[in-house]
Design a protein around this ligand. Structure first.
Ligand code: SF4
Ligand code: SF4
Length: 332
């Protein structure tokens, strides 16, 4: 059973020391380590601060490793959807090679492969390195319930083209046979479905492709355009992990907002601050994150808020052999 270690919010000042302790013997000595981080949309006050990111960089350096920070441009309408635009955004946040003390790479450069007859372009910088540290702010997400390490790689580690393709693949297609049960209407997180003339209508421009309507349809009359969102996302993770050097994960359960770091106003917190998790099993750390949040709040707040439990994509990751749902939590 995999061990996940836990640093309580009350001891958060020990984060650099505990991170260093966790990774000290994990990577080959002197390795170049790509830190995958989401720098956040301009104006988002809950994404990682430059000071926190720098703590992670220094912890990596303090054990004799050579980090660089990495993220890729987004596919939606944002100043972060070009390399130059994203570089400008992080510069304005105060994130530069000089301030961080290491290279900062924003790149869409990728290699393309296929899975289930669908194309995936995986960003190269995390392939062409000696080790990867996935540093993730866990927060709510419309498509997956929450965005954790799986989302950080399965979306954030893919090219813009693949990001868009995964979302589009999960969008609904009506076949025939609607019985007007209204389950799709009730369970669309974006209130994007209306029933008319004995069938559902979707606003494809507004749809995020989460595939929730596909999952809940009682007559099976809605299919995804190509593949449900969660399977597309997790396939991206599998293809990336197949090519990455050793990967270690850090999930930060603080400022757990309703929406993700991709928006300026992510809404209220869905849960209180909990702490930070460390581990080398992506399924175990995601499951431990969800379990701790459910324990803190007494319910699956993501299922309640976004109509989909994060367990959907976490279980798919286990099915694809990416890790284990069972884990042992060790407190620091
Ligand atoms: S894919 Fe998601 S957002 Fe789109 S219509 Fe279905 S439930 Fe709504
Ligand atoms: S869930 Fe399926 S059967 Fe029910 S209203 Fe929606 S499309 Fe029709």
């Amino acid at each position: 059973m995999k061990q996940i270690s836990f640093l309580s919010k009350d001891d958060i000042h020990s984060f650099p020391k505990i991170l260093a302790k966790n990774i000290k013997d994990f990577y080959p000595s002197g390795s170049k380590i790509g830190i995958k981080v989401h720098f956040g949309e301009p104006g988002n006050l809950f994404a990682f601060t430059p000071a926190f990111i720098k703590q992670a960089v220094q912890a990596v350096q303090n054990v004799g490793l050579h980090p660089f920070l990495f993220d890729s441009p987004v596919s939606y309408d944002s100043p972060r959807n070009t390399v130059n635009g994203y570089c400008q955004v992080i510069k304005e946040k105060g994130i530069t090679p000089e301030s961080m003390g290491c290279p900062v790479i924003i790149s869409d450069e990728s290699i393309t492969t296929t899975f289930n007859n669908l194309e995936y372009s995986i960003c190269k910088p995390l392939i062409n390195t000696d080790g990867v540290l996935v540093l993730t702010h866990v927060k709510g997400h419309t498509c997956t319930g929450f965005g954790g390490s799986i989302k950080n790689i399965g979306m954030g580690g893919m090219s813009k083209t693949t990001k868009r393709r995964i979302h589009d693949s999960g969008k609904p297609l009506y076949q025939e046979g609607c019985i007007e049960c209204k389950e799709c209407v009730i369970n669309c997180p974006l209130e994007n479905i209306r029933l008319k003339d004995n069938r559902p209508y979707f606003d494809q421009n507004w749809c995020c492709g989460c595939s929730n309507c596909v999952y809940v349809c009682t007559s099976g009359c809605i299919t995804p355009q190509k593949e449900v969102f969660d399977k597309g996302l997790v396939a991206g993770v599998k293809l990336a992990l197949d090519r990455y050097p050793p990967v270690f994960y850090v999930n930060v359960l603080m400022n757990i907002t309703r929406l993700c770091d991709c928006v300026t106003n992510p809404g209220p917190r869905l849960a209180g601050d909990i702490g930070i998790l460390f581990g080398d099993d992506i399924v175990a750390i995601e499951k431990a994150s969800l379990d701790l949040i459910i324990k803190e709040m007494g319910e699956d707040v993501f299922l309640k808020e976004h109509k989909k439990s994060p367990l959907v994509h976490i279980k798919i990751a286990e099915d694809l052999g990416l890790g284990h749902l069972e884990y042992i939590l060790k407190k620091h």
